[in-house]
Design a protein. Structure first.
Length: 115
């Protein structure tokens, strides 16, 4: 439901929920209980999938945000973050410099895992 654009806004969402409540056969609403257009819109959306909003995006902001998330998840370990993002160490290092991304505490990002 989150991935559907909801062109009818709140009214369409309310209608879809009311319909699902009426049609569901158990105690839980399943995707099959939702209107067909909602079911079709959400199929194929999986990990890493992204639906481009009608107003567009700033590709650099998305890239920077993903890099920051990876760096946070790996405690600013470049090797691990690069692996999470599917990048080489050098490519991530270049992008960190490009966006001016540094550890919040001012320390340099680590190059090796240290395990």
């Amino acid at each position: 439901m989150h991935d559907y654009a909801w062109p009818g806004n709140v009214r369409q969402l309310e209608s879809a929920i009311e319909r699902a409540i009426l049609l569901c056969e158990g105690d839980m609403i399943t995707p099959e209980d939702l209107p067909t257009e909602v079911q079709q819109e959400t199929k194929g959306i999986g990990p890493g999938a992204f639906k481009l909003p009608p107003e567009g995006i700033s590709f650099e902001e998305v890239e920077k945000n993903l890099i920051l998330q990876a760096m946070d998840q790996t405690d600013y370990n470049i090797t691990k973050a690069a692996k999470l993002l599917g990048l080489t160490f050098r490519t991530l290092q270049y992008r960190l410099e490009k966006f001016g991304i540094r550890r919040p505490d001012g320390k340099a990002a680590e190059a090796e895992s240290g395990d």
